[in-house]
Design a protein around this ligand. Sequence first.
Ligand SMILES: [Zn+2]
Length: 439
Amino acid sequence: MSLNQNRHQNRIVCRIYFLAILSFLFFLPESVPAASEYERKSFQRAIIDYQRHLNPRFGKTPRNQTKYIIVHTSESGLQSALKTVSSGKRTHNGNRTFGGHAHYVIARNGSAYRTLNIDYVADHAGLSMWDGQTNISKVSIGIELVGYHYEPLTVQQYRSVKILIKILQSKYNLNDRAVLTHSQVAYGRPNQWFSGNHRGRKRCAKNFERTRAGLGQTWYFDPDVRAGRLTEDKELSAIFYGSPSVMVASKAATNVISKTNTAWSIAGEDFNSAQTIYQLPGGQAITGDKIESMVGWSRIPPNTIVLLNQQNAPFDLSRNETGSGTGPIKIISDGKTAWSFAGRKYNSRSTFYFLPSGMVADGTRISAWDDLPSQTRLIIGYHGPFTINKSRKAHCIAGHRIRDERTVYYLPSRQVYTGNKISDFSGLPHGTMVFLPAL
Ligand SMILES: [Zn+2]
């Protein structure tokens, strides 16, 4: 790209920012245009009816009152979410549920699924309380957004959820204060962090940006904390009722453990679940139920990655080959996104993606983050590629690191190997790309 083109692009980018700021000033949340009649109708026509997948053992109970709309994040991919919501899941004490865990599921591409008729009670909020009212499931609609509480929801999801909320608000005569996230209304019994009943059991949808869903007026305090019924969770309070700067800082949290981002702040009540996986920086993967005995909660190393809801995407801890999660090559699949592996480095120049199509690109070159296909492989913290050709063999490129388990080779056949898996380097075809770990 020439310097001129660059400058031209910069100018366009500046103009876009300027327009964005301008439009923000003129169209503050209150004036987000309501969905048009046409939009509502076409949205309703496009809803995919998924109710035939509902577990026949789910008991349907009519809902007598509708006071709230509760937004969740599924903490899983689309297939897992639909499966759990419709057929049920294993609970902490080993029991099973019979599905009916949401009325709607909204996929990353904005497609909406009807998983339970809105006339019935969905079992979506569990132990919950708002403004003194308990068992919120009985008086609310549950919307499940496919995604994770620690990474952004998509433009398409906001577009859909905004229309859906408008439709439900007019049906049940609800104002914007009636729309809450699961993390706002869930509460937990005393545990090792709290001596009393408390917020923070769920982190679900803490990344939900109300204004992007067309919502204005909200709660400026937690009514149950204020009334002394519950102990506050400081992080959630900061997000929902704090000053805007605190909100931004808290929302930047990831699923990577640090001094301030603990197992509890990432996983909530799922911190010690067998379906939560802790991927240690050394590559070891340990399930939540074994952390206490194998590592100890206070000794989880920083940079450990936490993956939730791994029951439907089994993680074979005995495997120790390329792509199992223990080597440098990570694989995007249901439940594991670019963000789950790379955190904030997902769009960095030193993170490289190998798409199933054969395209190889660093993080700065990818824009369609929500459409990254399953089985895309990635490596984090590398420079390159250095291409093998007639005059430049692998040893010229990698030197003493040629056989290193961190040196990555991408063959024209689209296979990816680490140095320790290759026996004959002279057999590497021309066009093989070599990636060296950035030290
Ligand atoms: Zn939830």
